[in-house]
Design a protein around this ligand. Structure first.
Ligand code: ZN
Length: 397
């Protein structure tokens, strides 16, 4: 069985080993070594990556109690030199140790047990079985967690006997029966765990919860430790500086400035809407005046490509508010949309008129005898308008 170097010394970055076997594995190769410092995926922590000789180790997993190092090409030498992607591993050690600290804080402060832990290259989260959580609670958790970091408590691990296990105030029960490894933070936390951790709490650097979400009967907390927290702070600081510069305000004025802009934007939109309706009313009167009556009726038809359908509906409504008037308007963009409308002193059922000719554009729609709306394909829209116009004209003569 492969000796697990990472359990005794998680700081091994490079080591020499003997190859026990190198076998084909799902279009790649799996290398089994006599000893390894590569952490195999497990316990919420992803596997390490790195190199065995010049072969890239893309994944490390445990199968039938064997640790398989997955590489692209066959390794033919017996003795190999192995290097772990140390920056990535150290980051995992910081996040994972941060999880132990955070789990302890949730348990002590809110009696919240950790249901699960997720760690990947770009996110870290834990689920805690608590029913409520708010911003004040967050301050308590973060302060306690970071005080534990500043205390720089030693972190040790040890395989314990059944007798020793009974004496320890474990934070959770072990999931394995043999070779139970307890990871201790000073004398404040004892947790069965087979992962890799930093040597002292100080190395975690900082713990910051960045957001949380309520689940059915628990909460999920997303957090950052070490350089992840630094990078996040750096990015957010850049963003804040950039926003302050754009708005010509200081940090503490930023929120008020954004609120002011949102307020102004709302007012401007209202004003714009008002002006747009005034403009459409004016346009409607112009269209009405310029339309020549036939047999005392004015029938207005048209297709627009530069207007929104909402505006066309307002336009149709305004035009048909004049007496003895009917409108057949369409908008042709990617698809076609149409509105048929008439004044109250015309009898024609615009709904049935529209439905009669909608098949021309493979369309669907409907409405009332006074106003009907529809939509379909754009290419035959002008035929639909012409056919409907001719039919309407006949009914009015
Ligand atoms: Zn652990």
């Amino acid at each position: 069985m492969t000796e697990r170097l990472y359990l005794m010394d998680p700081y091994i970055k490079e080591f020499d080993a003997n190859v026990i076997r190198c076998i084909p594995y799902k279009n790649k190769y799996a290398v089994i070594l006599d000893k390894t410092a590569f952490y195999p995926e497990g316990g919420g922590q992803p596997s390490d990556t790195g190199y065995i000789n010049e072969q890239n180790v893309i994944h490390v997993l445990e199968e039938n109690k064997q640790i398989l190092h997955i590489v692209n090409g066959e390794i033919s030498t017996n003795k190999v030199n192995c290097r772990i992607d140390w920056n990535r591993r150290y980051d995992f050690m910081q996040q994972h140790t941060g999880q132990h600290i955070l789990s302890l804080c949730f348990l002590q402060l809110f009696n919240g047990r950790t249901d699960s832990f997720h760690l990947s290259d770009n996110s870290v989260s834990i689920e805690i079985d608590i029913m409520d959580f708010n911003g004040d609670d967050l301050v308590l958790v973060e302060d306690m967690a970071n005080d534990i970091i500043y205390s720089n408590l030693p972190i040790t691990s040890k395989i314990v006997s059944e007798e020793e296990l009974k004496q320890l105030p474990l934070r959770k029960l072990p999931s394995v029966k043999d070779n139970i490894r307890i990871v201790s933070i000073g004398h404040i936390d004892y947790d069965p765990c087979g992962g890799t951790h930093v040597m002292s709490t100080g190395e975690v650097g900082i713990i910051k919860v960045i957001r949380w979400e309520k689940l059915k009967s628990s909460y999920r907390f997303h957090f950052l430790c070490g350089k992840r927290a630094l990078y996040d702070y750096r990015n957010k600081n850049f963003l804040q500086q950039s926003l302050c510069a754009k708005l010509s305000v200081r940090n503490h004025e930023l929120e008020k400035a954004v609120e002011r802009i949102i307020g102004e934007n709302k007012d401007l939109n209202k004003e714009l809407l008002k002006k747009n309706i005034e403009l459409l009313k004016y346009e409607a009167s112009e269209i009405y005046i310029n339309c020549k009556p036939i047999n005392g009726f004015k029938i207005i038809k048209g297709i627009y490509t530069d207007k929104k359908f909402d505006d066309i509906k307002i336009l149709a409504n305004e035009i048909s508010s004049y007496k003895k008037t009917a409108v057949l308007l369409g908008v042709a963009n990617e698809n076609a949309q149409v509105v048929f409308s008439r004044s109250d002193d015309i009898d024609t059922d615009m709904n049935s008129l529209l439905r009669t000719f909608l098949p021309i554009i493979d369309g669907k729609g409907g409405g009332s005898p006074k106003t009907a709306l529809g939509g379909g394909k754009a290419e035959n829209l002008h035929f639909l308008i012409e056919e409907a116009y001719n039919s309407l004209l006949k009914s009015l003569l």
